[in-house]
Write a protein that binds this ligand. Structure first.
Ligand SMILES: [Zn+2]
Ligand SMILES: [Zn+2]
Length: 423
């Protein structure tokens, strides 16, 4: 009787595959998976207007950030000022179009496209369903690739690096860019994947009988990774968003391992080849990642040396070890305690992976700003391109890993044990 009023909403956790029955939530509340702690649903008091407002403000700030000088530097009387669009321009002139396109894509284009998509989808602009479905699909796929805030961190690190050489100042565009980073984050936070898809096209799950508290695969159901609809495990195509997939990501471990080996192979030359070339007063200095860290440490900038060391050496190395460990562990038969541990590791890998890009952005800012002719100029090195590829490939590897595999074996073990006890 009561269930008719507070109709529970069934959600299959995309991280651990547990079926959770959620009651009707009040605005401001969020529903969290009791097994892995993943946020399943967040309800906003103004689900439509809030993200649109943040997205529009973010776009305005992005335009402002591109119009005026971004940062400036003064070394022994020579001043230099650059705008944001000048940074990729300088890299193209240095024959590093690859880095320039990564900068444009990750820092400007992807965040801007995501904001436009949020506005179009939440504002209910009359568009064809297929276009809306495509936009919603892309929005969540692109989310990890918007790196405006990582670029901002890169700018701050470059400031500390350059402080020893001259006076650094920020331009009019700096504040709008900071606001853009904040606002686009906030716009994303206000978007709930389930709400968005229900808004595009309400759909009723074709599965009638479900048992909350039990894993999806154990009861023959799966969740669509794109629109979250609960489907029979054997049904390959989602009736709502038309995404075709298996109950578990197909060949997940093989893909993760293949990408991991590729990234390890690239990581070796990325560390040997110079990432940055500093020319000044007749001398030329090729610096590798580790040489840059040592130089900073010797100069006494310990915090920046630590940041670069953690982001460029420790995080990529530990991430590779963690991914290999996850793949190896997913094949073993272990209980719930191990699953919880491995899931925590997976969450860390997912979260920190993109932050390794910070060093690439530092090089972008340094090579854009430090052009003082004979006095001092910095150009990117080929190692920077290889390092950017390492970060991107490890991000793909982490995305290919299916976290539900971590929990599947715990469920299997449980079932085995209970059937043995039954006998
Ligand atoms: Zn979960
Ligand atoms: Zn779907």
């Amino acid at each position: 009787m009561c269930s008719a009023v507070h109709h529970p909403k069934y959600v299959l956790c995309p991280h651990c595959d547990l079926l959770v029955a959620l009651p009707e939530l009040n605005p401001g509340q969020k529903g969290v998976c009791p097994r892995c702690g993943n946020t399943l649903i967040s309800r906003w008091s103004n689900a439509r207007a809030q993200p649109v407002m943040f997205a529009i403000s973010a776009l305005i700030m992005l335009v402002l950030a591109n119009l005026f000088p971004f940062v400036n530097m003064k070394v022994s009387g020579i001043g230099r000022e650059i705008t944001l669009p000048q940074i990729p321009g300088i890299m193209v002139a240095d024959h590093f179009s690859s880095l320039a396109s990564l900068f444009l894509l990750f820092v400007q284009l992807i965040p801007a496209v995501c904001m436009i998509v949020i506005i179009l989808l939440c504002f209910e602009v009359p568009l064809a369903f297929r276009l809306k479905a495509f936009m919603a699909k892309s929005l969540f796929a692109l989310r990890a690739w918007g790196m405006a805030e990582i670029f901002l961190a890169g700018v701050l690190v470059s400031f500390v690096k350059l402080m020893a050489y001259g006076d650094i100042g920020v331009g009019i565009s700096f504040l709008p860019f900071c606001l853009f980073c904040l606002l686009q984050q906030r716009a994303f936070q206000c978007i709930d994947q389930r709400w968005l898809w229900d808004n595009i096209m309400p759909a009723v799950s074709p599965v009638a009988l479900v048992r909350p508290g039990v894993g999806g695969l154990a009861q023959g159901i799966r969740a669509c990774s794109c629109c979250t609809l609960i489907l029979p495990a054997a049904q390959r195509t989602c009736p709502r968003c038309r995404t075709r997939e298996h109950a578990r990501r197909h060949n997940s471990l093989q893909w993760t391992m293949a990408l991991l080996i590729t990234s390890i192979m690239l990581y070796i030359p990325a560390n040997i080849l110079p990432i940055m070339i500093t020319e000044g007063l007749g001398s030329k200095l090729n610096s590798t990642i580790i040489a840059g860290v040592i130089l900073l440490w010797d100069d006494g900038s310990y915090p920046v040396a630590m940041v670069i060391f953690i982001a460029s050496i420790m995080v990529p190395t530990l991430k590779m070890i963690a991914l290999a460990w996850l793949c190896w562990d997913a094949r073993r038969e272990e209980g719930r305690a191990d699953s919880e541990r491995m899931h925590f590791l997976y969450e860390i890998v997912e979260f920190v992976g993109r932050w390794s890009m910070i060093d690439v952005f530092v090089i972008a800012v340094l090579s854009g700003l430090v052009r003082m002719g004979q006095l001092m100029s910095i150009t990117p090195g080929i190692g920077a391109v290889l390092f950017a590829m390492v970060v991107m490939i490890t991000m793909f590897a982490a995305q290919m890993f299916d976290p539900r595999l971590i929990w599947d074996r715990a469920e299997k073990k449980n079932q085995k044990e209970s059937s043995v006890d039954g006998k």
